[in-house]
Design a protein around this ligand. Structure first.
Ligand SMILES: Cc1cc2nc3c(=O)[nH]c(=O)nc-3n(C[C@H](O)[C@H](O)[C@H](O)COP(=O)(O)OP(=O)(O)OC[C@H]3O[C@@H](n4cnc5c(N)ncnc54)[C@H](O)[C@@H]3O)c2cc1C
Length: 253
């Protein structure tokens, strides 16, 4: 990890998106601009109780904004007992945090086939939200974009109104939310795999690409399922949301 990518940041604003997820805006404390390609992530760096240095990764949940070039936004779920997510959720406007980046190759390819199938669970939708302007450009150019979005409860459908507005503005945007533990939800129930038959019927896998982001179980399951309906290995891009192993475990290994 190149130290020259490290910079101090401070919290600008925190907005609650649902019970345990915040949209947090940060800015570089040194006033330097930061730019990234939608789909990339930053790391936060912090010490654990024993003073060992830990890091956690978080996708940018918005595109760079030339009007606020020092700022970037993340969408972070608080994990019970989680060190990094608790650290971010504790931030108040003005609080500092060490960061580095941007990193990652989970970005839209320059040349894309007709169908672009985005699949997310939970905060895994963050990189796709950052891609919004690119998705609109693709839709205007005649591509079809799918967003299969799985969450536990309907209240966890992050940026739901934005996705619905995109679908209303672009018939080629196929927004497919699904809820595994619905309360008063009238839409699809279960996991993102429930949309496979529809994708299989509508999409030519030789003229399609899939981007999967979120929990490893979804990614492994969906990768196999997409391969099962004809997607080639190279047409499936993945970003698994996992924490690195603790530093002690690395030393022992
Ligand atoms: C490239 C990349 C981008 C990421 N982007 C985001 C993002 O935009 N937003 C975001 O919220 N997270 C994102 N993550 C996940 C994030 O980096 C952390 O893994 C997550 O915040 C948990 O870290 P923690 O330190 O809070 O919990 P840890 O201390 O790592 O884990 C505490 C316990 O919680 C369990 N656990 C970990 N994650 C979850 C979970 N999601 N649900 C339930 N239990 C869990 C662990 O198994 C462990 O038992 C990303 C990960 C990667 C690799």
């Amino acid at each position: 990890m190149a130290r020259d990518r490290y910079f101090e940041s401070r919290c600008v604003e925190v907005e609650s998106l649902c019970g345990d997820v915040i949209h947090i805006t940060l800015e570089r404390a040194d006033g330097e601009p930061i730019s990234w390609t939608p789909g990339q992530f930053v790391m936060i760096h912090f010490p654990d109780a024993a003073g060992l240095s830990l890091n956690r990764s978080y996708s940018m949940s918005a595109a760079s904004d030339p009007a606020t070039p020092t700022r970037f936004a993340l969408c972070v779920k608080r994990v019970e007992g989680g060190l990094g997510s608790t650290r971010i959720h504790s931030l108040k406007p003005g609080d500092p945090i060490t960061t580095s980046g941007p990193y990652g190759r989970f970005v839209l390819a320059k040349q894309l086939p007709r169908d672009v199938v985005l699949v997310a669970t939970g905060t895994g939708v963050a990189p796709f939200r950052a891609m919004r302007a690119q998705l609109e450009a693709l839709l205007e150019a005649g591509h079809r974009v799918w967003l299969l979005f799985g969450v536990r409860y309907e209240g966890d459908l992050l940026y739901h109104a934005e996705w619905e507005a995109l679908a209303a503005a672009h018939p080629g945007f196929c927004y497919r939310p699904v809820v595994s533990r619905p309360q008063a939800w009238a839409g699809a129930r279960g996991y993102v795999q429930v949309f496979l038959d529809e994708v299989k019927a509508a999409v030519n896998p030789e003229d399609a690409i899939a981007y999967l982001c979120g929990v490893p179980e979804m990614i492994d399951g969906m990768r196999d399922a997409l391969q099962g309906i004809g997607f080639g290995m190279r047409a499936i891009k993945t970003e698994k949301y996992v924490s690195p192993p603790p530093p002690r475990a690395k030393e022992e290994g």
